[in-house]
Design a protein around this ligand. Structure first.
Ligand code: UDX
Length: 458
């Protein structure tokens, strides 16, 4: 159902990776469905890499990160990429605002990824309102907030770590930038700097839903007032109130043939397939790929495994041929569609927030093998708070062995505990749908955001 047009225009600026673009685009679509004009700005390089976006309700525009030809891969280092993006991105973001100034729909609000806090300064320079849009969980952001404000001192000297609203956390449950000191100093600074100017933002929006993180949301709201607006997954899988919203509509990777995965899944019995994917950024070691391959083989379940083009050579020789009808290996999948297939019984995931949220919304239990950033914390919640999966154990060489992989898959796919996890996943799925349906917590928050936006727009 299209909302009534009222002239407000939001300019959404995601951090330029798949895992940040998807939720921001999805949120933009939802705003468009409520009558707001929405433009999503991404970098020239990302724009040129996109498979043609299928969203009719959201317009696209570009800023420059100073690497129009090669994007991040062209940069000398992470700090130099981020600095150049700030310098050139600020100017080119301002150009979009100026370009729209004398049109019927001047920009009223910038919704920005707080990985790019300078976008709020651009908004304020032009007298616009600004909304920080956190793409990760409240739990992870509360941890970063505590570190940023010196409320949690690093390096962590004793565990369990106690932060109001969070369960007791061990070191291995913390985001990697916090637990592995010095691992990615520029990213560490970036995640803490998300809070450098949130007090000046007109809204803080978080891609989660209230019942999923009740205590955390309540605790964080005391120090940083926020609105939960998630889950941002295509509405056909939720309340289906946004027309033609069947997928995210923007892939940076090519899906060879859309129906390959679903056709294959449709030939498999309900709940019989393990879907394996590690998102858009993670790279596994050769050894880890080998252990995973043999773990899947040993489990003897069907599997659908996304092995990105850059990872293909790490597969054991002849593995795909040997597996025959037991396994399908693809370079990129229509993931939400895959997870909604009856054939899928378990998601073997890195625990990226979008993947985790998609599994929760679609009622799929998980085995989580976190790699870095927010994933260890997501894994902790999946296993111990939401009780919808298990987390793998890493051996003394930093690898997850084939027996462990096989055993974790069995725990989720079989037995009483597996059944409980499936039931819990179904419960979260219902609560996710409730949150975005009319009068649900997230829906009300989005309505509140839109009505204030309309008041703020001249
Ligand atoms: C990154 C971080 O790693 C993640 O932890 C953070 O929360 C967001 O940014 P990424 O690693 O790519 O993202 O993982 P994830 O958050 O799960 O996002 C991946 C997205 O790509 C999901 O929306 C997923 O549906 C999509 N995807 C993934 C596909 O459409 N097809 C695939 O084959 C794999």
């Amino acid at each position: 159902m299209e909302g009534k047009a009222h002239g407000a225009h939001v300019l959404a600026l995601p951090y330029p990776t798949q895992g940040h673009i998807n939720p921001m685009l999805q949120f933009s679509k939802r705003l468009a469905s409520k009558g707001v004009k929405a433009t999503l700005a991404t970098t020239v390089f990302i724009y040129n890499s996109m498979q043609p976006p299928s969203s009719e309700s959201v317009q696209f525009d570009t800023i420059s990160d100073g690497h129009d030809e090669g994007g991040f891969a062209q940069a000398e280092s992470i700090p130099s990429y981020l600095a150049r993006m700030e310098a050139i991105g600020s100017k080119t973001l301002a150009d979009i605002i100026i370009k729209n100034k004398d049109t019927a729909h001047p920009v009223d609000c910038i919704i920005y990824d707080p990985f790019l806090p300078w976008a709020l300064e651009v908004a304020k320079k032009f007298g616009l309102v600004g909304a920080a849009f956190f793409t990760q969980t409240c739990a992870v952001n509360l941890i970063y907030y505590y570190v940023h404000h010196g409320l949690l001192k690093l390096p962590i000297s004793s565990t369990p770590i106690s932060i109001p609203g969070l369960p007791p956390l061990e070191l291995q449950d913390m985001p990697s930038f916090v637990s592995v000191s010095g691992s990615y100093p520029a990213y560490f600074e970036m995640v803490l700097n998300q809070f450098s100017n949130t007090d000046k933002a007109d809204w803080v929006l978080v891609n989660t839903f209230y019942k999923l993180e009740v205590e955390v949301v309540d605790s964080m709201s005391k120090v940083c007032p926020l609105l939960t607006i998630g889950p941002t997954i295509p509405s056909i899988y939720l309340d289906n109130r946004v027309e033609n919203d069947n997928d995210y509509g923007l892939n940076l990777f090519t899906i060879d043939d859309l129906s390959v995965c679903t056709d294959w899944l449709n030939t498999k019995p309900a709940g019989s397939v393990v879907y394996v994917s590690f998102g858009s950024l993670a790279h596994l070691s050769n050894k880890q790929m080998e252990e995973l391959a043999f773990g899947l083989k040993g489990s003897n379940f069907y599997f659908l495994w996304v092995v990105k083009a850059s990872e293909g050579e790490k597969l054991p020789e002849n593995f795909v041929e040997e597996m025959g009808h037991k396994g399908l290996v693809v370079k990129w999948s229509p993931q939400v569609e895959v997870l909604s297939s009856k054939g899928v019984g378990c998601f073997f995931t890195h625990g990226g927030w979008n993947s985790t949220l998609e599994a929760l919304c679609l009622g799929v239990p998980m085995v989580v093998m976190p790699q870095w950033t927010d994933q260890p914390t997501n894994a902790k919640f999946v296993e111990d708070v939401w009780k919808v999966g298990v987390r793998v154990e890493v051996d003394e060489n930093g690898v997850v062995g084939r027996e462990e992989i096989e055993s974790c898959i069995r725990k989720v796919m079989e037995g009483e505990r597996g059944k409980e996890m499936k039931e819990n996943a179904k419960k979260w799925s219902n609560l996710a749908i409730e949150a975005v349906s009319e009068d649900g917590t997230s829906d009300k928050n989005i309505e509140e955001f839109v009505s204030k936006l309309i008041k703020a727009s001249p």
